[in-house]
Design a protein around this ligand. Structure first.
Ligand code: COA
Ligand code: AMP
Length: 625
């Protein structure tokens, strides 16, 4: 591991030198003279005196530098039967004009714009147009319900919302405009305008503050790139925490551009002119970093796929897209492969496509189970690379760095810490544990460029949520261990965050919905193992004394409430009525013990338990399944 070890050591021993070197891959308006600003530790900033524009780096410089006619973005949408390709010039021109539309609506540097759109090229256009203006985008995933959208509107206070009239799910058309109207009906903050991209599958009725995308674009003038400080925010992406209130993860401009431009060749081995396909959604961090920004920052071609791994139309969809567009690598979540394997266990569909140019499969977003790892490797005949990261970090914490120095793959491990990340395993007292022993995975500060500098408008919450548990470290929320070769094994969250089909959700927010039901006295939601989605939420409720509601009715109402309040993406379908919840004598619900029992582990009865009989009763409910 010579090259990797050298790079890793260099990145920790001399972060200034390492990252200033990496910053050479970016076009700066004012080049940074130093990398790390630690004057406000534990809050760190990168490239404090640098100035740039992220959109210029993603588009204009490639147009000027000889890639004008190269495809920047390939759109493949089996759900609408559409395929399209946009060169760097075409994408730049469209973005410059849409930036003109936003500027005409009063959007300027630092203003927030919420983007609530499905996987269409104009979602990328909207994001890059914000970057062009120095405005801050906040993309909200289409599978979230009005209440989730409302909480993001209230926190980000957008000047403008950009949306499409609908998203297309295999079984239904999801109309976005009514969701926005319902959300805005519940917020005190109101945007000045809502720009609506009309899609033929369901056109929206436009009201007074609504602007039709096409009409506005027809009259708009292109605008240029606005210089911003490297430390200015590029976007806010809300993610689930342990409470119901989502956390607004902030991404800056400079550190983000440098880190992503470093990661694509070094981690993913993708270079200018090559095709990279990330099958996720622009509403998630994976989509932000590896559908939109990283491929464009390095001058590669990105594929935007509006479809599913199965059913659009069949389990060969991924192989078709790889072969048709010449993707060198695919990055998706293990759940997508479990879905394909379930429908086509022999991968018979593969025989129909030429995948000779395909080099690597990257998986992340949730634990990669050994069965899926082996199946994918055997069927595709390429390395299957697990890597581990989070919305907060924006790019991989641990990976097998395929472009820097490919290493042996150990199933079950996302390999080694990526340069810039000083990964440590800590015991509850904050002491490092010996190799092989499990503990909390923490990262010694400072985090590298590209990671979150703070939470939107709330430094205190950032410090409290991530930096105060172990002073001097960032708490990842995951538990795991490092083996004798330095490989990291991520064993799962130590908090109440769950991962459903690669989608990060908070059981706390589901509990808040259940607790609001008039018949419910108390409740708990835990994540239980699922063979397709990795985890599924499972609810337990205790009824208030004297209520008369049948269990079936209550169940239906609770399932409907979570779908209405959080969204279909929560996939909440399973709730049991129980006599009591296992608690400590101080009243804390023993969720970890419940999770263990649900996953079939032989959980010890905690010594602090208030009433062991409650736990026994719960065990029999779970065993009955
Ligand atoms: N807008 C509206 N609704 C959406 C949505 C969107 N953008 N995305 C998902 N939903 C809905 C689905 O229609 C589904 O609704 P239903 O309960 O009425 O069926 C529900 O949310 C759950 O969706 P999903 O988790 O996607 O489950 P699924 O059963 O439809 O598909 C997989 C399962 C595995 C095929 C799918 O999750 C998948 O393709 N995952 C790929 C991995 C991925 O993108 N991960 C993101 C992070 S890397
Ligand atoms: P998100 O913020 O949605 O990217 O979710 C981040 C969380 O997903 C992490 O904290 C982990 O719990 C989990 N996760 C992501 N990648 C992996 C992986 N490769 N192995 C295990 N868990 C992962």
């Amino acid at each position: 591991m010579g090259t990797y070890q050298d790079a890793y050591r260099h990145s920790l021993a001399d972060p200034d030198g390492f990252w200033l070197d990496a910053a050479g891959a970016i076009d700066w308006i004012t080049p940074p003279t130093r990398a790390l600003d630690d004057s406000s530790a534990p809050l760190y900033r990168w490239f404090p005196d640098g100035e740039l524009n992220t959109c210029h780096n993603a588009l204009d410089r490639h147009v000027d530098g000889g890639r004008a006619e190269q495809p920047a973005l390939v759109y493949d949408s089996p759900v609408t039967g559409t395929k399209a390709s946009f060169t760097y010039r075409e994408l730049r021109d469209e973005v410059a004009r849409f930036a003109g539309v936003l500027a005409g609506l009063g959007v300027g540097k630092g203003d927030r714009v919420i983007v609530y759109m499905p996987m269409v090229p104009r979602a990328v256009v909207a994001m890059l147009a914000c970057a062009r203006l120095g405005a801050v985008h906040s993309v909200v995933f289409g599978g979230f319900a009005p209440r989730e959208l409302a909480s993001r509107v209230e926190d980000a206070k957008p000047k403008v919302i950009v949306c499409a009239s609908c998203g297309i799910e295999p079984t239904r058309i999801v109309e976005y405009k009514p969701i926005i109207e319902e959300a805005l009906g519940a917020t005190t903050h109101q945007p000045d305008a809502v720009v609506v991209l009309q899609r033929e599958q369901a056109r929206a009725t436009l009201g007074e503050r609504d602007v039709d995308w096409d009409e506005a674009l027809a009259g708009a003038e292109p605008v240029g790139c606005v210089p911003v400080a490297a430390t200015d925010p590029l976007y806010i992406l809300y993610t689930s925490g342990t409470t119901g209130r989502p956390k607004g993860v902030v991404r800056d401009n400079g550190g983000h551009a440098v880190a992503l431009a470093w990661s694509l060749p070094n981690v993913y081995d993708i270079h200018p002119g090559e095709v990279f396909w990330t099958a996720s959604d622009v509403g998630w961090v994976v989509g932000h970093s590896y559908i939109v920004y990283a491929p464009l920052l390095v001058g590669a071609t990105t594929v935007l796929y509006e479809g599913k791994p199965v059913g659009t139309p069949d389990a060969g969809a991924f192989w078709r897209v790889i072969s048709e567009h010449g993707a060198k690598a695919l990055f998706t979540a293990p759940t997508a492969f479990r879905a394909i394997k379930r429908v086509d266990p022999d991968a018979a569909e593969l025989a129909k496509y030429d995948l000779s140019g395909f080099r690597t499969l990257f998986l992340a977003g949730e634990r990669l189970d050994p069965e899926t790892y082996h199946w994918a490797g055997e069927k595709l005949g390429v390395p299957v690379v697990d890597h581990w990261w989070q919305t907060e970090t924006g790019w991989p914490i641990c990976a097998n760095l395929r472009g820097l120095e490919p290493m042996p793959i150990k199933p079950g491990s996302p390999s080694v810490p990526v340069p810039g990340y000083d990964v440590r395993i800590l015991d509850p007292d904050g002491e490092e544990v010996p190799r092989g022993q499990e503990g909390a995975i923490a990262i010694a500060l400072p985090l590298p460029p590209g990671t979150l500098p703070t939470l939107w408008g709330d430094d205190d919450r950032y410090v409290e949520s991530y930096l105060s548990r172990y002073p001097g470290y960032y708490l990842t929320g995951d538990g795991g261990y490092v083996d004798e070769d330095g490989y990291v094994f991520v064993m799962g969250r130590t908090d109440d965050v769950i991962n459903v089909a690669g989608h990060r959700l908070s059981t706390g927010s589901m509990e808040a919905v259940l607790a609001a039901h008039p018949a419910v006295a108390e409740c708990a939601v835990i994540g239980v193992r699922d063979s397709l989605k990795g985890q599924l939420p499972r609810g337990f409720v205790v009824l208030k004394a004297g209520v008369s509601i049948t269990e079936d009715t209550l169940r239906e109402e609770l399932v409907a409430a979570v779908r209405r309040e959080i969204g279909p993406v929560a996939a909440f379908r399973d709730v049991s009525v129980v006599d009591g919840l296992p608690k400590t004598r101080s009243g804390k619900i023993l969720r970890k013990t419940m999770r263990g029992i649900a996953d079939g582990r032989d959980e010890p009865v905690p010594s602090t338990i208030e009433d062991p009989a409650v736990l026994d009763a719960l065990r029999s409910v779970l065993r009955a399944d």
